[in-house]
Design a protein around this ligand. Structure first.
Ligand code: FEO
Length: 396
């Protein structure tokens, strides 16, 4: 094993899941990692485990650095199974380790893995464990990303281990931000935020503010997915502040559609032309061809989203309905939503989409565009003007 050292005595012992392409429905074109950290001091601590299928690999990595029986503490920052399903196997091998979690983490561990986890010891914000030269300090972070979540801070090394926060689903041979392509890294960080953390934006903004007010220095951010922010941890903190506040929103229109016989697609292309005529950035995505995860990433920094659907069975086309279920759950903030669609004898898709968006509390552009069977020149002109008007409105 090539040793990966964050600072002397602080080692990455995680695994790279190169071939993962679907993380509970989030499409991971670039794989994933489950990061686990081993801290060697007078006492030894393991921060987070990995997905259960990789527990053998984690055990091997640990045993190249120390005996598993010498682990004194296993810190469980978060119980979601991508991080904790390796725990039962590791806990059997690390038989002398105390298991540490938040109060809600303990409850969740018992519910996931059984009564043997009644022995978990709980911590709250400000609690510390002395390892020797090093101190672990805990910061509860409920709902980032589950109620049980907490961050572990290595006081003397100034390393924040915030589990899901600041992560990315990115399998690479590099482990640090200075070892990977910066554009790819930020794209995956944005995709992760848009698809996992976006509905929690107010909580995340408050937690970052709380940590800043604590005045704790941060040399590195070591999340439990993807690369470790060693060169520039401030970059990802600033990105999160921009995403949570809406400051990242730019003059950009994302047009999303699906189509049955090409009519809605013709309308989408006319809308794109209209929006582009106003010198805003425009993206066009067809749902059978783009994952919801990709679409949500495009929406993250857009000021407007225009969605098109043909009518089927008097309602919304299934892929568009599924996308709206995802989008309304992820609650992107500060977007203007517009809707369009085609129909044969009776409409329904546009009405359904507008209702869905309004029920979610989205700001909806008051007009929409519809075309019967095949859009004619007049209807395509209306589509062009619709794109134009929405683009003009976001530029104000
Ligand atoms: Fe990476 Fe919420 O688990």
């Amino acid at each position: 094993m090539v040793e990966v050292t964050l600072k002397d005595g602080v080692n990455w012992v995680g695994v790279v899941d190169w071939t993962l392409r679907d993380f509970h429905g989030y499409i991971t074109y670039r794989g994933a990692t489950y990061n686990s950290y081993l801290i060697l001091d007078e006492k030894t601590a393991l921060v987070d485990t990995v997905k259960g299928t990789f527990s053998g690999e984690l055990a091997e990595k640990i045993s190249e650095l120390t005996s598993l029986e010498k682990i004194d503490y296993i810190i469980i920052n978060h119980v979601e199974m991508d991080h904790s399903s390796g725990l039962p196997a590791i806990a059997k091998l690390a038989k002398n380790a105390k298991i540490i979690a938040s109060t809600r983490g303990k409850d969740a561990l018992i519910k996931h893995y059984g009564p043997e986890f009644e022995r978990v010891e709980t911590v709250k914000t400000g609690d510390e464990i002395k390892l020797g030269k090093r101190t672990l300090r805990f910061i509860e972070a409920p709902m980032i990303h589950w109620p049980d979540s907490m961050f572990t801070y290595l006081v003397e090394d100034k390393i924040l281990m915030p589990n899901d926060a600041f992560g990315q689903h990115l399998a690479t041979s590099g482990r640090f931000d200075d070892e990977v392509d910066e554009h790819t890294l930020m794209e995956e960080a944005a995709t992760y935020y848009a698809n996992i953390l976006m509905p929690l934006a107010p909580l995340i903004a408050r937690k970052i503010q709380e940590i800043q007010q604590m005045g704790i220095p941060i040399d590195m951010i070591a999340p439990s997915h993807g690369i470790i922010w060693r060169k520039n941890p401030d970059k990802i903190i600033k990105a999160y502040l921009d995403w949570t506040s809406g400051a990242a929103n730019k003059n950009k229109v994302t047009v999303v559609f699906d189509t049955m016989w090409g009519s809605t697609e013709k309308m989408a292309r006319a809308i794109v032309d209209g929006a582009a005529s106003q010198s805003v950035e425009v993206k066009l995505l067809k749902l059978r061809g783009s994952s919801n995860s990709e679409v949500m990433t495009e929406i993250l920094d857009s000021k407007a989203v225009i969605v098109g659907s043909p009518t089927i069975h008097n309602g919304i086309f299934p892929t568009v309905g599924g996308f709206l279920t995802d989008a309304t759950g992820l609650k992107p903030k500060g977007k203007l939503w517009g809707f369009f669609g085609s129909f044969g004898w009776g409409g329904g898709a546009v009405k359904g989409m507008v209702e869905t968006a309004k029920n979610a509390g989205f700001e909806v552009y008051p007009q929409s565009v519809e075309a019967k069977y095949i859009p004619d020149a007049g209807e395509l002109k209306k589509c062009f003007e619709f794109g134009q008007q929405i683009a003009q409105k976001i530029k104000v």
